[in-house]
Ligand binder design. Structure first.
Ligand code: HEC
Length: 147
């Protein structure tokens, strides 16, 4: 009888621990992937953020001249601006560092790139791009695993 009680207690303790761990894992922000949607952060970074940020850098360095050149800058910056919202969705955001990098630095920086490109102001575009890309390091320093 004592043996059975012990087994029963052990089962209750083990069960409680499984439930507690499950709750902790569920409460944790996802970082690498959101809660319910399939998109991985790595996929968005590799296939959306990197190419659009790289194109912006190249096109700013080349010196935008035509209306099409400026429009292209605006379109890249719009996608990075939308990224600042996507990174905050689906329980992906773990803390204030992430939130600041995405919803302040990346969002305000890309907004400023759009405003400067609409005004066809080269130096303001360069400055805004520089500010926007501070968001990458700001978030990666804490949340991207070092290779
Ligand atoms: C709010 C957070 C956040 C911001 C802002 C952010 N990143 Fe990331 N980035 C991540 C995380 C997290 C990873 C690691 C994902 C993983 O490996 O699971 C990552 C990974 C990457 C990778 C590697 C992808 C791969 O294939 O392994 C690239 C490239 C990248 N980011 C580019 C950028 C650039 C460029 C910017 C700025 C314009 C930026 N990121 C801004 C969170 C962020």
């Amino acid at each position: 009888m004592i043996q059975n009680n012990k087994k029963w207690m052990m089962a209750v303790i083990a069960g409680t621990m499984v439930i507690a761990l499950g709750l902790i894992a569920d409460g944790m922000a996802k970082v690498k992937k959101g809660d319910t949607r399939p998109l991985s952060t790595e996929n968005w970074m590799e296939n959306v953020v990197k190419p659009h940020c790289g194109a912006l850098k190249k096109e700013i360095a080349a010196g935008p001249k035509t209306d099409d050149d400026w429009q292209s800058l605006i379109e890249h910056a719009e996608i990075l601006n939308e990224t600042s919202y996507i990174l905050m969705e689906d329980k992906r955001c773990p803390d204030g560092v992430w939130a600041g990098a995405a919803s302040k630095t990346l969002r305000n920086g890309s907004d400023a790139v759009i405003t400067a490109a609409k005004a066809k102001d080269v130096s303001a575009t360069e400055a805004a791009f520089k500010n926007m890309t501070k968001s990458c390091k700001e978030c990666h320093d804490k949340h991207k695993e070092k290779d």
